[in-house]
Design a protein around this ligand. Sequence first.
Ligand code: FMN
Length: 332
Amino acid sequence: MITTKFTETFGVDHPVVQGGMQWVGRAELVAGVANAGALGFITALTQPTPADLADEIARCRELTDKPFGVNLTILPTINPPPYDEYRRVIVDSGIKIVETAGSNPAPHLPMFHDNGIEVLHKCTSVRHAVKAQSLGVDGISIDGFECAGHPGEDDIPGLVLIPAAAEKIDIPMIASGGFADGRGLVAALALGADGINMGSRFMCTVESAIHQNVKEAIVAGSELDTALIFRPLRNTARVASNAVSRDVVDILDKGGRFEDVKDLVAGVRGVKVFELGDLDAGIWSVGTAMGLINDIPTVGELVARIVAEAEDLITGRLARMVGSDEDERVLA
Ligand SMILES: Cc1cc2nc3c(=O)[nH]c(=O)nc-3n(C[C@H](O)[C@H](O)[C@H](O)COP(=O)(O)O)c2cc1C
């Protein structure tokens, strides 16, 4: 067992989190993560209506009696979803942990806290982490440039972002972006985090309800196979490099506007990738951790393996490096 400020505050066995994932964060995966002793989040906006979210939470409860949470991603959109109604469903369903992401969590905090809900806020810069801490969130998930989805515009990888944030954050903080195995967990702990959050790695598990072709593409892919779209619009997203994402980059690099790529990046196209397994149907999120993903285990196998590998590394190779007896030391 690895016990940290995070496991103690959020009441889970292992310092491992499955962050919200649009089209992927559904009941089977989240329940698998919970049953493995880690913390999973149902993605609220994957459900077309607040009532569907209530059903998905109920479905997850049938699959696990362990704690799990809901991710509420707040992104600036032309037609915003009914956030207040999704929030009401989260509260009424008795959820006790929420992951917020996308923008300032302030408008959502009073209602969550009044109902005994702990808020883990995910952000991509030290300044936003400090701000969220001052607003009273219960934990920070600091997401480095390696990550799938929205890495922000600062381009600071975890090796610098995590310790820089750790110097300013006193509440539990988990590290996010590029983690896929026990080595990453140990590195995150060494850099000052209290655990890790993973998206891409959990996407590529038996319980993740996406097409097998996508999982096999992740296994076949390397750390070089992602693309950063929307850079010129300052709304960068890391996605799989495919025919569509390369087109989007090209059009925007040549001065195109959002209107010119709107149809290419539409969610209805992206969801087809996950449902039909057509890898070029639209854009789909995945991170550079792809280069570390070589199999499709069950969530239970994955979490157990990550924790065991981390424990072995801490008590074995690393401990031997600092052994007091010169003869027992092993050169790295
Ligand atoms: C397919 C996919 C969809 C995602 N959708 C969301 C989302 O809707 N909201 C969110 O906060 N993060 C989202 N993320 C980001 C993850 O929660 C997590 O922060 C990120 O994947 C961490 O980087 P990693 O992929 O290197 O582990 C998504 C990631 C993936 C892979």
